[in-house]
Design a protein around this ligand. Structure first.
Ligand SMILES: [Mg+2]
Length: 259
């Protein structure tokens, strides 16, 4: 892995898009979620982008298209960037399953069997929830299942039992994302490159967690958590700093010095 400071001018000039992961990269980790037993009440508390970062994005938009790729749902992503939302902003939600590009939403087509498996898993977790305080509830999603809970092997085991290797079950620091192994943030980056008529390596990607692995490999990857996730580049930051915010500053400094 190389420090981002070692990236060459050629590589930077070749970039067309920068895609930020959200949690732990441009917003602090830690979304609180609490749902009641029958799913009629749901409380979610999360973070927003900092004013400084929004301001930098506004300037960065003159040089690059800006994407956000997250396990979160599309409504949350849209509300997060509402202030700067226009055709130069790309949203990829639910670990690559939903892409908002050029005013259009794209998503894969799944067979009934897939939704059936997710439903079976959800019903079984709801049963467990009745007597297990470690499970807090489900985040609203269209194509993946996100359960908020402590790290507990019962959940990955259940996914294996129901779907074998067809579904992934990834720890998110606040629960598990469960979805089809056919789709990932990396697949979504490949599709995005195709749509834009560019190479995947012309898309700079960022990440800090297991669901970012494919995206970091496919694009010009910059990890903000090199101890957990490998990538071609890493960016150093202090505990109280966000790696994605520093990357935006780094890119802006480069474009300013170039022009
Ligand atoms: Mg993350």
């Amino acid at each position: 892995m190389k420090n981002i400071k070692e990236i060459t001018q050629e590589e930077l000039d070749d970039l067309k898009v920068v895609v930020f992961d959200l949690d732990g990269v441009v917003i602090p980790v830690g979304t609180e979620l609490k749902e009641n037993q029958d799913g009629t009440e749901l409380h979610i508390k999360s973070h927003q982008l900092s004013a400084g970062f929004i301001n930098n994005l506004e300037k960065l938009k003159k040089h690059l298209k800006i994407g956000f790729s997250s396990g979160r749902n599309i409504l949350y992503l849209k509300s997060l960037v509402n202030e700067i939302f226009d055709k130069r902003i790309i949203l990829q939600a639910e670990n690559g399953n939903i892409t908002f590009l050029g005013g259009k939403i794209n998503h894969p087509i799944y067979p009934d069997e897939y939704f059936g498996q997710l439903r079976d898993i959800k019903e079984k977790i709801k049963e467990m929830m009745k007597s297990d305080q470690r499970i807090r509830g489900f985040e609203p999603k269209l194509f993946i299942l996100t359960v908020h809970c402590d790290e507990m092997e019962e959940i990955p085991n259940l996914v294996k039992e129901v779907a074998g290797d067809k579904l992934y079950c990834l720890w998110t620091n606040e629960g598990y994302d469960i979805g089809s192994v056919e789709m990932s943030k990396g697949e979504a980056i490949k599709n995005l490159a195709k749509e834009l008529g560019i190479k995947p390596k012309q898309i700079m990607t960022t990440g800090n967690n297991y669901n970012d692995q494919e995206m970091l490999e496919v694009g010009k990857g910059v990890t903000v958590k090199p101890k957990r996730m490998a990538a071609e580049y890493f960016i150093e930051h202090k505990k109280e700093e966000l790696g994605g915010e520093l990357l935006a500053e780094f890119l802006l400094d480069y474009f300013k010095s170039r022009d």
